[in-house]
Design a protein around this ligand. Sequence first.
Ligand code: XMP
Length: 528
Amino acid sequence: MSVATPNPATGHQVSLQTERVLILDFGSQYAQLIARRVRELNVYCEIVRHDITPEQIRKHGPIGLILSGGPSSVYETTAPKCHPEIFDLGIPVLGICYGMQLACESLGGKVSNTPTREYGRTICEVSKPDPLFKDFPQQSEVWMSHGDQVQEVGSRFVPLAKTGTCPIAAVRHETLPVYGLQFHPEVTHTAAGKTLLKNFLYEICRCKGTWQLSNFAEEAIAQIRERVGNARVICGLSGGVDSAVVAALIYRAIGDQLSCILVDNGLLRKNESSLVVDEFTNHFRADLHVVEAEDRFLNVLSGISDPQEKRRRIGHTFIECFQAEAAKIENVRFLAQGTLYPDVIESGAAVDGPAATIKLHHNVGGLPEKLGFELIEPLRDLFKDEVRKLGIELGLPESLVWRHPFPGPGLAVRCLGEISKEKLEILRHADTIVLEEIHSAGLYRETSQLFAVLLPVQSVGVMGDARTYEFVAAIRSVNTDDFMTADWSRLPYDVLARMSTRIINEVKGVNRVCYDISTKPPATIEWE
Ligand code: XMP
């Protein structure tokens, strides 16, 4: 395969010359995890629909296919299937869990429900040496999560490993390059899982392992230059890592043809915008437009306490401000956005190709297509951790690259109910303290998102000899991989104690602090 140019409609930055593996997604919650593991092993991969045709596969030119797990049973009539001819393409296939069952069933094996479902850790024993199990211990802990298993493989498959309740826990086809694992090598609970994925990629697919973010950056920069020509690109900066990395990458490509717009809505954290402003004026010397819009936002939010209405008004006002500023900049043809690969996958655009609608990224306010610019989305092939690494490579400071996510509507959704400048000030102060304390405890990187919330209730307290009647602040700290589910952080009591003492002593207007111990679901991370 030697198609070097990226698809201009999808804006993919990774040329088809890069060796790649395709992951056919059968609805697994782990498909993205498989992709990350493969990329960690220096092989570029993409997640595609399970029913991708052999013709479409050939266009991608993969050197390996991975069939993901999934919640269905292969014998159900509605079960998602792959095209049967994908096993005849001569491309090595690794089926994981459901993927293995599907491969075995498609090639003559028999799958059925087992009386002993297996969920969780179990010991896997290798029964036959094979390149797939090179350097894998004879017995090792693996992670199972299945209700079905392959019962019979006839003479077409060779069983390679077993567990106490699963006699066929790994297989290889007799003549085709088709492998299967009943357990999940991609999860960390499978102790030597990475060895198996590495063996599949390097021993079986014969990958060279050339995928590196530095190559990605060079390739992306060259493609942006070619696509943009002499035109101007605008990019909204939100204070977050994605938009900062997009801007840094585009700046490297086209220098002062990039104009950045930062809408200061008065709902940002203390110093939220100044770090970005410093970076993009001093380090990158980009053309930066800061729209001072605090009064405008506070006006439209005045008297509004419904969370959805707050969000709606903030979104509209953001777009109006952005649009007005963009109109002042001449010769703009492109709008850069920090869409990441998980957004692309969730929108279904990753597999449907050029015609698919791309979900607009909400980080910079969900700019509508009617702004009339062509989109540039240079991060759409990357995961968040890759974006962070890229940010460091591009010279962005760690303090910016490792920032916790911050929602577009900002402090407005953390200052519950009706907001005011005074309440925002109280919240901003409490929030600064919790961040200072988590940093000084060395735990910022151990938590995924941490912030203060100001509740719209007052409670009685006593300070000195006097009775007080002041607001309650809550501390929210969560740990999560994907922000779809989250657990509350088990912060040490002494760290919580310091946060609470400092907030009550230093923040005028707060006399009580609570710690939020709700998981998501059913709670959300933000309070509004
Ligand atoms: P929830 O509160 O839904 O948040 O559990 C999940 C993640 O999304 C962030 N979030 C937003 N980000 N615009 C954004 O850019 C929004 O309107 C928004 N709402 C929530 C939230 O901070 C968390 O990281």
